[in-house]
Design a protein around this ligand. Structure first.
Ligand code: GRF
Length: 200
């Protein structure tokens, strides 16, 4: 079995879609969800809906310098990822750049076995608030990108992209919902690909 961990910070709608989808896969499972924010809804929802999945809160230590913080935080995550024998990490609204500790641990010689979903057609609109950026820029066609993670901000090699059209009457909320609905389909599809091919 391929063992996938989901890393998240916020609402976790993508994380929940991945967990539901993984239930029907034969070669892949999600035994672990790591969140870095104690406000994340996932701490409750995963416990309630997937009691067999370990959901762990690993917060960033507050008392160190920035660089130390990331190293300590990632070492703590790495210990748990190893304990659960995790092969791949799927980021689902994980709001931190992945640092050298995890990048090194999940490198297979060609790529990092860490995947992210980003709500724009990268390389357009990297970083925070990508839906808002695309909407403000009046993009008539926007989309979703799934990509391997590297050390940059949303710069890793692209695995898949899908587009959606902005309708003339779309409010920002409509636009985001159109995109989210695409995210909820595309991310599970990539999980299926990993399940079928054993790699991405
Ligand atoms: C999604 O829009 C995802 O593309 C981005 O962060 C957001 C997370 O949303 N990386 P959710 O927590 O999965 O609802």
């Amino acid at each position: 079995m391929i063992r996938v961990a989901v890393l998240a910070s916020g609402t976790g709608s993508n994380a929940m879609k991945l967990l539901h989808h993984a239930k029907n896969l034969t070669q892949l499972c999600i035994p672990l969800v790591i969140v870095d924010q104690k406000s994340s809804l996932l701490l409750e929802t995963v416990k309630n809906e997937f009691p067999e999945v370990s959901v762990q809160l690993i917060e960033v230590p507050q008392h160190k310098s920035n660089a130390d913080r990331k190293t300590i935080h990632e070492n703590e995550m790495l210990a748990i990822l190893k304990e659960h024998k995790i092969d791949w990490c799927f980021l689902a609204g994980y709001m931190r750049l992945i640092g050298p500790t995890l990048l090194h641990a999940f490198h297979d010689g060609k790529k990092h076995k860490i995947v992210n979903i980003h709500p724009s057609l990268l390389p357009k609109f990297p970083g925070l608030h990508a839906y808002e950026q695309a909407y403000e820029a009046n993009e008539k066609v926007s989309g979703i990108t799934i990509h391997f993670v590297d050390k940059g901000l949303d710069t890793g090699p692209i695995i898949a992209q899908e587009t959606f059209e902005r309708r003339s009457q779309d409010s920002l909320e409509d636009f985001i919902l159109r995109g989210k609905q695409l995210e909820w389909k595309l991310y599970p599809k990539i999980l299926s690909q990993l399940n079928e091919k054993g790699d991405l």
